[in-house]
Design a protein around this ligand. Structure first.
Ligand code: RIB
Length: 306
């Protein structure tokens, strides 16, 4: 098994407008000038793993268009191998994003080329992910592909990270392969079949319920409150976030996942990896954009040395 990280997932051009507030239904409001920047949960996680020092390959699809070029360039600058990033006959995925002054966002994804990340396509690129120490999955590509890779990669001895974002129902085999399952609070509520405000206040109860679904280890991200991290035989450990003022939280969760993947591949424990990942996300929210907000390895190391 290599020390490498393979991310199988989406790549989007993020079309971002800053607004004072979200528009109501039927309402038109004015926002900032439009900014186009590299995004997509899968590509973001790959870029973050690269910036956190991992040896990383990205498996996905973009179109033969300028947005595809933007994604290839950003991943390459993050040190990610793009040999298994296919150009297909469809437009690169787009994400329509509004960001409010508190740094929060609302996102609509138009999948485009991401719909071409089929089981057949990833099998054609199997050299890029079979044998990786850590294989990372999220849910902006067809769910049959997520299931296919989760089963194959865990069966072959890779550690499979499943980020259940955006929230969707997945086959039990996907949760059973997850080591860790990474969810935020609303994704945890979705999985457990409750409204977000009905999630138990006791993090131990949330983590136990997620283990009850079959996950091998669990990470619940809490934004500014950090994360809860649990391996099955142990109690949940709280990892605090950096205390910062966010300007844009877009891609911060993906940054957490990618940085964690890089550290797990390097041999860190889940808790140690989560400590680096929270630092990574805390640095990212202080800048605008997703991949464009990620710290360099030097910036991350500087924070880690504090
Ligand atoms: O998680 C943030 C990402 O979600 C954005 O970059 C956007 O492309 C969507 O995939």
């Amino acid at each position: 098994m290599s020390g490498a990280v393979a991310v199988i997932g989406s790549a989007n051009a993020d079309l971002v407008v800053e607004v004072e507030r979200r528009p109501l239904g039927g309402e038109t409001i004015l926002g900032s000038d439009l900014v186009t920047s590299p995004g997509g949960k899968g590509a973001n996680q790959a870029a973050a793993a690269g910036r956190a020092g991992g040896e990383v390959t990205f498996v996905g699809c973009v179109g033969a268009d300028a947005s595809g070029d933007l994604l290839v360039d950003s991943l390459t600058r993050a040190g990610v191998a793009t040999d298994a990033l296919r150009r297909v006959d469809a437009p690169t995925g787009n994400a329509l994003i509004v960001v409010t002054p508190d740094g929060e966002n609302s996102i609509i994804v138009s999948p485009g080329a991401n719909a071409h990340v089929t089981p057949a396509l990833v099998d054609d690129a199997a050299d890029a992910w079979r044998g990786a120490a850590v294989v990372v999955l999220q849910l902006e590509i067809p769910l049959e592909t997520v299931r296919h890779v989760a089963v194959a990669a865990s069966g072959a001895g890779s550690r499979v990270m499943v980020n259940l974002a955006p929230a969707a129902s997945v086959p039990a085999e996907v949760i059973a392969a997850a080591d860790p399952l990474v969810v935020n609070e609303s994704e945890a509520a979705f999985l457990l079949g409750v409204e977000p405000d009905a999630l138990p206040a006791d993090p131990g109860a949330v983590v136990r319920a997620l283990f009850g679904l079959g996950a091998r280890s669990v990470v619940v991200t809490l934004g500014a409150a950090g994360a809860w991290v649990a391996e099955e035989s142990r109690d949940a450990v709280h990892v605090p976030a950096l205390k910062v003022t966010p300007v844009d939280t877009t891609g911060a969760g993906d940054g957490f996942v990618g940085a964690m993947a890089a550290r797990l591949a390097a041999g860190d424990s889940l808790v140690a990896a989560a400590r680096v990942a929270t630092r990574f996300a805390g640095l990212a929210v202080q800048r605008r954009g997703a991949q464009d907000s990620y710290p360099s390895p030097g910036e991350l190391a500087g924070e880690a040395a504090d």
